[in-house]
Design a protein around this ligand. Structure first.
Ligand code: NAD
Length: 376
């Protein structure tokens, strides 16, 4: 990368990835140079709609373009690791949507190649930049929660009808929305995990990845800490509204996610008369932390003119307003010459918790240690 304060970005994969086009275009330190996707008609339409200088239907040709400093990968899950590795080998910094990879070995290769090349890697985990997470992090860091005692997270979603790589995917292979916030809150790494599978999905789904479980629930132990956390995942044949939740329990205050989306979350305060312990909270937006041009992209909620901030109760389609924060963190890290949060080892730790958890579930709940390369 050049030493200028402008980072030349290319987005690869334009389903979910297309949401980031106007965000990078609005960033004062980014230039969206190119987009890549295999369907030429869709590529042309998006380039025209957003005025993007270059378009590629071939990822290899995009990587050969010396103008591009960094790629943001948003392709199907099975492609993440291979596309990350060739991008690093081609001298590009990498941001990649979740998960980092679907094998521990691929996570190791990415961590090693990022370290060997000095190129930055960031897994674009949405939950750790959602307004709810930023709110809980503020409560924790300001001491309002008191001593942290326990955390749990769930991600339940019915993925019937989603693209070809989803049917039968082991729930814990896509666990970073749960694991990420548990570890990002305290800047910890997971040391070991154990997991049980529960229930059974339809045989045709179970055959796809050899994973029979409807629900996987895991406990992970935080390294160098007295804390453990619980995570719960389901993808098929389990009746539940879409929900990515985090609950954080402290000695003085605890945050609990609402049971139904679009309803306000709950803050419990200790040592009050029982009926007064829970109260509904309005989670503020954190748009003020962003460059001005990115602020409108944090909200699908309400703009409170009196408070001069966006207010919302929802996670919703904008993933808690996380997209501009993710892009801003990636671009800022590159401009400032530092590791993004999460960096490669942290991203590997978060991803490998899920991979090791599934391994544990297949072995009847056996404890599995996280690999050493994810702990550094
Ligand atoms: N909250 C989140 O973090 C979140 C939300 C949605 C999706 N995602 C992730 O984003 C990724 C994409 O999701 P989606 O729903 O858009 O999937 P999708 O399968 O609908 O779209 C993938 C896109 O990648 C393109 N593509 C595939 N192979 C390519 C290649 N070799 N070169 C260039 N382009 C290629 C496709 O044309 C398509 O535009 C998935 O990995 C998913 O896990 C994350």
């Amino acid at each position: 990368m050049s030493t200028t304060s402008i980072v030349n970005i290319a987005i690869v994969g334009l389903g979910f990835g297309a949401e980031f086009i106007p965000i990078y275009q609005a960033h004062p330190n980014a230039r969206l140079v190119a987009v890549c996707q295999r369907d030429p008609a869709k590529l042309a339409a998006l380039r025209q709609a957003f005025g993007i200088p270059k378009g590629y239907t071939s990822y290899a040709e995009l990587l050969a373009d010396p103008e591009i400093d960094a790629v943001h990968i948003n392709t199907p899950i099975p492609d993440h690791a291979a596309q990350t590795l060739v991008a690093l080998a081609a001298g590009k910094h990498v941001a990649c949507t979740v998960p980092m990879a679907t094998t521990v070995e691929d996570c190791r290769k990415i961590v090693e190649l990022s370290a060997a090349t000095g190129l930055r890697y960031m897994m674009m985990e949405t939950v750790v930049y959602s307004r709810e997470f930023l709110y809980v992090k503020d409560l924790y860091e300001s001491g309002e929660l008191g001593k942290l005692q326990f955390m749990q997270a769930s991600h339940q979603q019915d993925m019937d009808g989603w693209p070809h790589y989803w049917p039968g995917l082991p729930p814990m292979w896509y666990a970073t929305h749960c694991v990420g916030p548990m570890l990002a809150l305290t800047n910890a790494r997971a040391e070991h995990v154990s997991c049980y599978g529960s229930g059974t999905i339809r045989p045709e789904l179970a055959a796809a990845y050899g994973s029979p479980f409807a629900v996987e629930s895991a406990h992970l132990k935080l390294r160098g800490s007295d804390l453990s956390a619980r995570i719960v995942r389901s993808l098929f044949d389990t009746a539940r509204q879409y929900r990515e939740s985090i609950d954080v329990y402290g000695s003085r205050k605890s945050f609990e996610w609402s049971l139904i989306e679009h309803e306000p979350h709950i803050l419990h305060t200790a040592k009050r008369p029982e009926p007064e312990i829970p109260s509904r909270v309005t989670v503020p937006d954190y748009a003020h932390r962003l460059p001005e041009g990115l602020r409108p992209y944090t909200t699908e909620g309400v703009y409170d003119t009196a408070a001069n901030m966006h207010l919302s109760f929802t996670q919703g389609s904008g993933h808690g307003g996380s997209h501009p924060h993710l892009a801003h963190e990636f671009v800022s890290a590159l401009v400032e010459g530092r590791d993004p949060r999460p960096n490669a080892p942290a991203s590997a730790n978060w991803t490998c918790v899920g991979l090791c958890a599934h391994q544990s579930a297949l072995a009847g709940g056996q404890r599995v240690d996280l690999p050493e390369f994810t702990l550094g």
